[in-house]
Design a protein around this ligand. Structure first.
Ligand SMILES: [Zn+2]
Length: 495
């Protein structure tokens, strides 16, 4: 199997991946999903896209992946929002799940192998809570709450590197209520919300947030699995508590590797509705193609904090168009060779240059802690090679090289969720979106082409050249091909 290294939040180090069953190629991955009380925003897209790419990459290099992403459909925020709207919590969460499925599909994120919901895992949550109580690590109160006994878990805090006593609030009087210790957290909360609470051995209630993921992970992946992840804001308390509960219930290690993605800001500010910079996935897609979002994220390592701005989106849009234009030039240059490789490269073809170098560089970058930023950097070098290739003279060898290069770039692009669409159609779509940025309309370009053709027909080459030069100054390149004049946007992105 391909050797992969992962930065593990648990140790703070980059470690080689060793599967729980080294004789198999199976890997279990759990990523905390969304709390479904409102439409997904691009911060949700960030985590979903990174894990989608990580999963794609594992599969690409031959692993068999069981990927779990849950829906938290029982939660304080859901109950509050449902109340405002006069509907039941589960009615609200069902409609938000539906829009989340639509949004994830629109940004090319594949459904997970399992997508469990809290509301459908209540009996698993109750039996896990019972087990933790039996093991002496949790207790029920007279009011019907159940708390985890933090002090009894000797290594509590090992993920976030915190010691329970340091986290206590010192000399201030803290109302611990029925808790034995102020840091004890709820596994079960007494509650009687209609359509949002369930009977249990401790009375009517609903689960605490952290136990949900522990129970859903156990049900879908077993007590121990390889990778657990989420956004960095989940390290404490969510993931710390998940570890405490799962180890208290199952008496063995939980996830082996913890990976956490960075946080997203817009114009250096946290996204919030009150600041007016809260961008839902839907709102984003009204203006930009989904691949802009992917490229925006993947240009960074998943652990980096990312700051998005209009400029970032515009740069990604232009870069995408450059990629597609270059793929198109390769295919046109390769002619029949490109047609022959339409179905993709065979294993044998992948071992031939120039496909081999492109794929090897990609696999090597991604195997090093899923470094998509480096992978894209390598890809950019191949696009530069491609530009040089199609600018040269045709020979059947060069045409074959072009076809292999194009097929290899499409193949690795697809692992990143790029270049999956029809090249010609994407070019049209992207061109239309880039033009306003250059201050040129499609109509002006068509008129310039017509004027140039008329000038050439009457052998007025001075005018014809002037028209072409004028457009070039505005960022539009007009070229003559056997099929007539075509235009493209000039890029200077190779460096
Ligand atoms: Zn979780």
């Amino acid at each position: 199997m391909q050797k992969i290294s992962i930065t593990n939040t648990m140790t703070g180090k980059k470690e080689p991946l060793v599967l729980n069953d080294p004789s198999s190629n199976h890997i279990g991955i759990y990523a905390c999903g969304v709390t479904v009380y409102d439409d997904c925003h691009i911060g949700h897209a960030m985590q979903a896209i990174y894990f989608d790419v990580i999963r794609n990459f594992f599969e690409y290099v031959g692993y068999k992946v069981t990927y779990v992403r849950n829906y938290t459909d029982v939660d304080d925020k859901i109950i509050a929002r449902a109340k405002e709207r006069g509907i039941s919590p589960l009615q609200l969460s069902a409609s938000v799940i539906e829009s989340s499925i639509r949004d994830m599909k629109a940004i090319g994120v594949r459904p997970a192998t399992f997508e469990p919901k809290v509301s459908e895992s209540i009996s698993d949550i109750i039996s896990m809570t019972q087990k933790i109580i039996e093991n002496g690590m949790a207790y029920a109160t007279a009011s019907g709450d159940v708390y985890f006994r933090v002090r009894k878990k000797q290594d509590y805090g090992k993920l976030s590197n915190r010691k329970p006593d340091d986290m206590r609030s010192g000399t201030r009087d803290i109302v611990v209520g029925e808790k034995e210790y102020e840091l004890d957290f709820a596994l079960w909360k007494a509650d009687s919300t209609a359509d949002g609470s369930w009977p249990s051995p401790w009375g009517q209630g609903r689960p605490g947030w952290h136990i949900e993921c522990s129970a859903m992970a156990l049900k879908t992946l077993g007590a121990s699995f390889e990778i657990h992840g989420g956004g960095r804001d989940l390290v404490f308390p969510h993931h710390e508590n998940e570890i405490a509960q799962s180890e208290a219930a199952n008496c063995c290690g939980y996830a082996k590797y913890w990976i956490h993605s960075g946080l997203l800001t817009i114009d250096h500010q946290k996204m919030s509705k009150s600041l007016g910079n809260h961008i839902t996935i839907q709102k984003f897609l009204e203006k930009w193609p989904p691949e802009v979002l992917r490229l925006g994220f993947l240009t960074n390592h998943y652990q980096s904090n990312i700051d998005f701005s209009l400029q970032v989106f515009q740069t990604c849009l232009k870069r995408l168009l450059y990629y597609y234009e270059t793929l198109n030039s390769l295919d046109q240059f390769a002619e029949q060779f490109a047609h022959d490789l339409k179905g993709g490269l065979t294993k044998e073809q992948k071992s031939k240059e120039p496909a081999k170098s492109v794929i090897d560089a990609f696999v090597s970058a991604m195997s090093d802690d899923f470094n998509s930023a480096k992978a894209l950097g390598e890809m950019n070098k191949s696009f530069k090679t491609a530009k040089d290739l199609v600018a040269g003279k045709k020979s059947s060898q060069k045409q074959q090289d072009a076809a292999y290069l194009s097929a290899a770039l499409k193949e690795i692009g697809s692992v990143l969720g790029l270049f999956r669409g029809d090249v010609q159609q994407e070019i049209l779509r992207l061109k239309r979106q880039v033009l306003p940025d250059l201050g040129v309309t499609e109509n002006e370009i068509e008129q310039a082409i017509a004027k140039r053709l008329a000038a050439r027909a009457s052998k007025d080459f001075a005018t014809s050249d002037a028209v072409r030069d004028d457009m070039a100054k505005r960022g539009i390149e007009i070229r003559d091909t056997p099929q007539g004049s075509v235009w493209s946007i000039k890029f200077n992105l190779e460096e």
